[in-house]
Design a protein around this ligand. Structure first.
Ligand SMILES: Cc1cc2nc3c(=O)[nH]c(=O)nc-3n(C[C@H](O)[C@H](O)[C@H](O)COP(=O)(O)OP(=O)(O)OC[C@H]3O[C@@H](n4cnc5c(N)ncnc54)[C@H](O)[C@@H]3O)c2cc1C
Length: 589
């Protein structure tokens, strides 16, 4: 049912010309340095690797491949090249690179808004090392402030009140009250579980993850529990509601896999700092695209993959044929990397030919080990930062109204409050149950990016960063009805009756196709640390690899997307990237 919506949207994008898929010609080669048969002239027109999806995991994978020593590449254990550069093309269904990284800027403002991923942590070793290697300028990102507003169950408080259980409109048990008064509501989960899982008190990062993988609770491995099934026995319903409300991310209150959800809660130690790229988070995939293209790679846009079949190549090895929507021609490749989340993979499955019933079932089961989770962001521009008169300026305020998180955007990028630039922007950030509220007021599925009839084309090489950011602003305008309701709730959160009307707003509902969610969570019963490796190459003897945030052990983060891309590179025999310059703590796979 939802599948029809997606197919309609993407077939509409891919209805005409197919001319841009001219492929570079292979050099002569007959035998590799190891003496094994190598590609020959008859392999002309066959890519070494086709990457589908130009989100961060896809474009990073492509860049790594095209800059790698070609002699090291092995596909299903076979060498591919005798020294010529690898032929790698990225096929992207939309008109832009970046996927769930989407930065935008209003024509007359300098602040960059992040409609998708916005920040990275000092513990994200892959991201930090990439940012350093690519010399992308960045700055601190400031998230909390004790004077920020809290509006829960109709009661107005400040963040500093959250440690005072007497002020909270929740009926907590005496033990929960004691826990809150020491550390605030966010540690209630730790307090509730520390007797069952003593390691929670002292372990961090990799050590904590290893401990949770092996842990048993009530005679059952922890990974078989849903976190909230477990907490139901040790925590009051009121405490659960309080944690969910104050953490701001409703999805963390759902019943996902206890191991992975606990890691989400406890991932970042207090010494971790957050950062944002000066040029917007999508500057990272854009920079990688430029590096990839200047190293000889090609990106083809508006090429929506809708079918995949195994193929015997002229040298007798198994390859793949990729079929695209509309009139884009089919492409042959020695290997394909599907760098996409769950929903597009599920759409592909019925057109994934040549699978035995057994491998189709196994692949489908792997796909179903995670669930996409919706997210919504909106940036509202005001003529003045009127909220400063209520004592707030930086970080975010919280409410249980559907707006949930209200970020004082411009000043969250500055260490000191008060530097008035005349750029008054609020970011509203809502997840899971509240996304449907905003979705009904939004532009609806398939309208979040413009459709054109120029399918399968190479992107313009001339678009500069500024043009890209302004184009993203222009194409994501939020409708007036949505903005009016957001404004009403923002006033309520700040306890004011009136404020200047918003000037304009942009929004994205990530529940729309093709993403179906802002991020993904592991379902109970799944051993994520194993599935992540199985997903890297989900079908035996087929050169088809999968990467991206969805099947990583650090879901919801770019770091997770990069970690699975690295796993795939490992399967292809590429040496690990040297990562440097980061703090300890944090979990890496
Ligand atoms: C609202 C929001 C806030 C976030 N905040 C943060 C944050 O602060 N920090 C952080 O680190 N991470 C954050 N994330 C997560 C981060 O953005 C993602 O983990 C990451 O961008 C995912 O990259 P990916 O390569 O796995 O997939 P995607 O970005 O989803 O890329 C997949 C690409 O594949 C394309 N595609 C899909 N199917 C097909 C097909 N059949 N044919 C052709 N192309 C196809 C899509 O168009 C897309 O471009 C956030 C995400 C959201 C949505």
């Amino acid at each position: 049912m939802a599948s029809n919506i997606s197919r309609r949207a993407f077939v509409a994008r891919a209805v005409t010309s197919a001319s841009a898929l001219a492929l570079p010609v292979l050099a002569n080669s007959t035998r590799t340095s190891s003496g094994q048969p190598a590609p020959t002239d008859s392999d002309k027109g066959i890519l070494d690797v086709a990457v589908v999806g130009a989100g961060i995991s896809g474009i990073y994978s492509a860049w790594r491949l095209v800059t790698a020593d070609p002699a090291t590449l092995r596909i299903l254990g076979r060498p591919v090249s005798t020294g010529r550069r690898l032929r790698v093309t990225v096929f992207e269904g939309s008109q832009r690179v970046g996927g769930r990284l989407l930065s935008a800027r209003a024509p007359d403002l300098s602040a960059i808004c992040e409609l998708g991923g916005m920040r990275f942590a000092s513990s994200h070793k892959r991201v930090v090392s990439l940012v350093n290697e690519l010399k992308l300028p960045h700055h601190g990102f400031y998230t909390s402030h004790s004077q920020n507003h809290v509006l829960l169950r109709g009661k107005h408080l400040r963040v500093s009140d959250l440690n005072n259980p007497a002020l909270l409109p929740y009926r907590l048990t005496p033990a929960e009250q004691e826990c809150v008064s020491k550390n605030g509501p966010n540690v209630l989960i730790k307090c509730a579980l520390v007797n069952l899982l003593p390691g929670l008190a002292e372990l961090h990062g990799d050590e904590l993850f290893a401990y949770l993988q092996a842990a048993e609770v009530y005679g059952t491995p922890l990974y078989r529990h849903g976190l909230w099934n477990l907490l139901a026995r040790t925590m009051s319903v009121e405490a659960r509601s309080l944690v969910q409300a104050t953490i701001g991310f409703d999805e963390l209150g759902f019943n996902w896999n206890a191991v992975d959800l606990l890691m989400q809660y406890l991932l970042h130690t207090p010494d971790v700092t957050f950062h944002a790229l000066d040029g917007g988070y999508d500057a990272l995939p854009w920079m990688l695209q430029r590096k990839f293209e200047s190293a000889g790679g090609e990106v083809v846009h508006e090429a929506w993959l809708e079918g995949l079949s195994p193929l015997t190549l002229p040298d007798g090895s198994v390859g793949v044929e990729l079929q695209f929507a509309g009139e884009c021609p089919a492409v042959k490749a020695r290997a394909v990397i599907l760098a996409m989340p769950t929903r597009p993979l599920e759409l592909l499955l019925p057109r994934f030919e040549g699978l035995t019933p057994r491998s189709a079932v196994a692949f489908s089961k792997l796909l179903g080990s995670v669930t996409p989770d919706p997210g919504f962001k909106c940036f509202i521009r005001y003529p003045t930062a009127w909220w400063k008169a209520t004592g707030v300026c930086q970080g975010h305020s919280i409410t249980d109204l559907p707006i949930r998180q209200c970020w004082y955007w411009t000043e969250s990028h500055r260490q000191q409050c008060g530097s008035e630039l005349g750029e008054a922007l609020i970011m509203v950030y809502a997840t899971t149950p509240n996304v449907a509220f905003w979705g009904a007021l939004g532009p609806g599925n398939a309208q979040t990016e413009p459709l054109t009839a120029d399918a399968c084309r190479a992107p313009s090489k001339n678009q500069d960063d500024d043009a890209r950011l302004r184009e993203n602003w222009r194409t994501h305008r939020a409708p007036a009805e949505l903005v009016a309701e957001l404004h009403r709730q923002i006033l309520a959160l700040h306890g004011v009756q009136s404020a200047p009307d918003p000037l304009e707003a942009i929004s994205v509902n990530w529940a729309d196709d093709p993403f179906a969610g802002a991020w993904h969570f592991w379902n109970p019963g799944v051993q994520s640390w194993q599935v992540t490796h199985q997903m890297a190459q989900p079908i035996d003897d087929l050169p088809c690899y999968v990467c991206g945030e969805a099947y990583s052990t650090m879901q919801t983060w770019v770091e997770g997307a990069l970690s699975t891309a690295d796993l795939v590179q490992q399967r292809l025999n590429l040496p690990p990237r040297v990562v440097q310059g980061i703090r300890r703590h944090g979990r890496y796979s």
